[in-house]
Ligand binder design. Structure first.
Ligand SMILES: [Zn+2]
Length: 225
């Protein structure tokens, strides 16, 4: 079986996390995210972890070189030998170039960049309608898609429901602006390389998952011909 080296792209709220979990199970791929890898390297106290910590302690962004070093170290061998699923990396063209170079140095290449697309207005509706229980944050409702029986009251324990600051429309629109300015160039980049695969994130999670699996099967079939 050929390697499956995948990256996941998509706006906040598009359901990337759900799809990543499912693909990880389907194909036994390690799921690698920048946040997790930063945390684990800082905890381990690796050289790159120590370097990253210096920037974090100073309240600065960890530079691309450090992040790239961590990610490329992570995909070299071990459980990522037969493939990986990257979430949240690359974030810009410079990181994408570095990933491409690191893979060719290992005589590997990217299989596909999977893009889950959802229009901004649909994301705002999805996220801004979310209400969370003040007592237990795992009790989550949606004013339109999954409303509680009584407005602003948790069905399970009668507590008050609130909208988190992260779910406010202005906050969501700001995050989407950042997403578009960072990620649109990457979409072009992978599209030109013939690696981009698009998925309609307005569909439900099962349909998106089925479509992604079918696409991966086709890509693998084409590779084996
Ligand atoms: Zn509750």
């Amino acid at each position: 079986m050929s390697e499956l080296n995948l990256i996941l792209l998509g706006p906040p709220g598009a359901g990337k996390g759900t799809q990543a979990e499912r693909l990880r199970e389907d194909f036994s791929l390690p799921l690698i995210s920048t946040g997790d890898i930063l945390r684990s390297q800082v905890e381990e106290g690796s050289e790159l972890g120590k370097e990253a910590k210096r920037f974090m302690d100073a309240g600065e962004l960890v530079p691309d070189e450090v992040i790239v070093g961590m990610i490329t170290g992570r995909i070299d061998g071990g459980d990522a030998r037969d493939g990986f699923l990257l979430d949240g990396f690359p974030r810009n063209i410079k990181q994408a170039d570095a990933l491409g170079e690191a893979l060719s140095a290992l005589q590997r290449r990217l299989t596909s960049a999977l893009l889950i697309e959802v229009p901004d207005d649909a994301l705002v509706e999805r996220l801004a309608g979310r209400r969370v229980c003040v007592k237990n944050p795992s009790h989550i409702y949606h004013v339109k898609f999954d409303p509680p029986k009584h407005e602003d009251v948790c069905d399970q324990d009668g507590s008050r429901l609130i909208q988190r600051d992260d779910d406010r429309e202005e906050t969501i629109r700001r995050r989407l602006e950042v997403y578009h300015s960072q990620t649109e160039p990457l979409i072009d980049y992978y599209n030109r390389a013939g690696l981009l695969r698009r998925f309609d994130g307005r569909r439900n999670a099962d349909e998106v998952h089925t479509h992604i699996r079918a696409t991966i099967a086709t890509v693998r079939l084409e590779e084996s011909l």
